[in-house]
Design a protein around this ligand. Sequence first.
Ligand code: 5GP
Length: 188
Amino acid sequence: MNLYLPEKINVQGEEFRVYLTQEEIQQKIQHIGQTLSRKFMDKRPIFIGVLNGSYIFLADLMRFVSIPCEVDFLKLSSYGDEKVSSGQVHDLKQIDADIKDRHVIIVEDIVDTGLSMKYLVDKLKQHEPASLTVVTLLHKAEATKHEVQIDYAAFKIPNLFVLGYGLDFAQEGRNLGQIYIQIKKDED
Ligand code: 5GP
């Protein structure tokens, strides 16, 4: 496979460099997929991907899940095209599945302030799932403003803007094959 893996990339006038390689990402995802497969054996869990950012992570994670399961999606928006959260969460698409008494696994690209995930967990709990598990590829632990349950975070990252592997900057960069981090002005 010929993935898009430049060393550095300029998006919308900002410089980014490789932060997590494709190998590092795949290794962690394999581990999480195998762990979830053991934990939810015979439970037919339903994975809920949070659009748009989680679509590549979810697709790769599913390849390491070796038990019967279902997949659904919802869409939230809080960032718009900016690099900082707007502080408000909007529902842009709801799930189709009935999750009452089901084992639900939320799959998110990144937890930053925790606002979106807290909103989501509170909302899904109202549907009375049998269990709710939160999986995120990236966690900006230092950025937490809203305490929220995170069961599996593949990587803890610093409080800097990242893109690639599904995550965008003003809709660009999602097709990069690995995670890139913004280069601070004094770092060049
Ligand atoms: P939170 O609600 O936790 O503050 O933000 C969660 C959402 O903000 C994520 O789902 C993602 O869409 C976006 N986000 C937060 N940090 C970043 C980042 O560093 N890069 C990108 N591309 N999106 C981010």
